[in-house]
Design a protein around this ligand. Structure first.
Ligand code: ATP
Ligand code: ATP
Lengths: 215, 215
């Protein structure tokens, strides 16, 4: 069974732990505070109270046998950096570390973190984009010329068919799928009508997608 | 010019502020700590030091004239809840509030937050999924039967053409686009070859996409 060590059981670390358990991984959850470890001890494979900046403690905890570890320590930048270094020195193949500033990320990169995550920043960007485009639920930016967006049907669009809205001609976007409740239509046609409450997947340039609020 | 008030200049709030400024909004940045406000005072439209749980202070700051506000206060759950309530009472049309636990979110919902965001949790889930699928960069889940994933080309796939890999026949997924450096191929054909370093967009069921590591 595949296993992952997650060090630092703040909100980010807990998010990782819960999803990994849900996916079916064995999880070793580590934190220096007993309180945090007690929060998870009943829902994870193993939980240990230890200071992850202590290399011997990590080795004793069996970290040499882990291929993947997540460093969820945030605000304590020094501990985040030291822990990342210790894990690489112990030989953990893939260390995913969280950074809370750009410089924090640069340092983690230099000391060997295999992947760096900026959680608050990424979501801050999504929230800002959703403000700029209230019907935008989620998106993937694939280069700067192609985005895939999950959007909700606006009041303007509700009750109109795809051909009526002329999304391809007017906006140069492609509707990939439409979802109504639990039903997904993966091959939307020109006569399909958008109903209030529907969500849809659309592809196009970021600019064209943002124009859809004028549909 | 469209304007947004962002209250609470922690890492999440700062992420929202920076992206909103980048998009072109006017931003009023508010925090009770002078230190946080000073961090942004040179890069935002307006910055104010005030306690957002104080309704009069919010009114004096002009919040009645804002249609949109983001409550980026996290750990201080009481302040997050009070601030959200104050903003709705003042008449701010759209209040987007951050929650740090499920119950926090439930309370925010009951007192009128128009949208609730769980930043650390959302990214925690993405990190966990990326661990389960190391070539996965980003994804949108559209219902439980359709996902769009941004992936990097695995060692197995590198040097092989789409027809060679038989992605549609074997895995029932559709490659939407392939990116190589700054070039994007939005109409990939059967003879297109995946090269090391390429990333691609693919659609299919979550299960089929996760099978791609066996391609
Ligand atoms: N040296 C260490 N060894 C083990 N755990 C640590 C160490 N330093 C910090 N932690 C733990 O990491 C967890 C997350 O901590 P921290 O306060 O650094 O980040 P945070 O940014 O507030 O986290 P989040 O936003 O995810 O809640 C805490 O539970 C803390 O006890
Ligand atoms: N009543 C208040 N009025 C204005 N600002 C506040 C109030 N309460 C908290 N803040 C500010 O909100 C910001 C974010 O605070 P908080 O400590 O609650 O969250 P956090 O979870 O640590 O944030 P992040 O993870 O985004 O860094 C802080 O800068 C804090 O000064």
């Amino acid at each position: 069974m595949e296993k992952v060590a997650v060090i630092g059981l703040g909100r980010f670390g807990i998010g990782v732990v819960q999803e990994l358990m849900q996916i079916g991984y064995d999880v070793l959850a580590i934190d220096k505070k007993e309180l945090m470890v007690n929060e998870v001890v009943d829902s994870v494979t193993h939980a240990l109270i230890l200071d992850s900046t202590n290399k011997d403690a990590l080795i004793q905890a069996g970290l040499k046998t882990f291929q993947t570890a997540v460093v969820g320590i945030g605000e304590n930048v020094e501990a985040s950096i030291l822990t990342t270094l210790m894990l690489k020195e112990i030989g953990v193949e893939k260390v995913i570390s969280r950074a809370i500033t750009n410089y924090h990320g640069i340092i983690l990169d230099k000391i060997g973190a295999d992947k760096i995550v900026y959680p608050e920043n990424e979501i801050g960007i999504k929230v800002a984009r959703a403000i700029a485009n209230p019907d935008l639920i989620d998106f993937i930016e694939f280069g700067d010329r192609l985005s895939i967006a999950e959007m909700q049907v606006s009041d303007n669009m509700a009750g109109k068919s795809l051909s009526e809205l002329q999304l391809r001609n007017k906006f140069n976007v492609n509707v990939i799928a439409i979802k109504r409740g639990a039903q997904t239509n993966g091959t939307p046609g020109p006569d399909d009508v958008f109903e209030r409450g529907d969500t849809f997947l659309v592809s196009g340039t970021p600019k064209n997608i943002s124009q859809l609020k004028n549909a």
